[in-house]
Design a protein around this ligand. Structure first.
Ligand SMILES: [Zn+2]
Length: 136
């Protein structure tokens, strides 16, 4: 193990809201994607992820702004009014089973999470934070 690698051994009981694009959301739901790379907000094993599906705007591809050649400022996307997309209402509840931080190749501000078996919530659900953490 590289010297700096840190494996979180404490156990938590926090819930973290994240959002992800449909391709990744479905890969988690279907059991193919068993990890997340996230900004490290003190994730611990036994924490729970609430994974909200976020459908990116087709015009700005989720950016919320339009890049124009030669312009420094990026005008707000008119199609999505700068929101970058919309929540579908679909929610997965996913246990965090393992947490690694400070690993070579993983930026200092990030954590790699192993995910347990996801459970899809019925009905429509939306994050309490309108802009939860997202790394598409
Ligand atoms: Zn847009």
């Amino acid at each position: 193990m590289p010297d700096e690698t840190r494996i979180e051994t404490e156990h938590g009981n926090q819930t973290h809201e994240i959002r992800t694009w449909p391709l990744f959301w479905e890969a988690i739901r279907d059991g193919f994607k068993r990890f997340e790379i996230v900004l490290n907000r003190h994730y611990l094993p036994d924490d729970t992820l609430h994974v909200f599906e976020f459908v990116p705007c087709r015009m700005c591809r989720g950016r919320g702004s339009i890049q124009e050649y030669g312009r420094i400022s990026e005008p707000k996307c008119e199609h999505c009014q700068g929101s970058g997309g919309r929540y579908s209402g679909r929610l997965l509840i996913v246990p965090v089973t393992y947490v690694v931080t400070r690993h070579r190749g993983l930026g200092r501000e990030y954590a790699a999470l192993s995910l347990g078996t996801p459970r899809e919530e019925q009905g429509a659900h939306y994050p309490s934070d309108p802009d939860p953490h997202c790394i598409p």
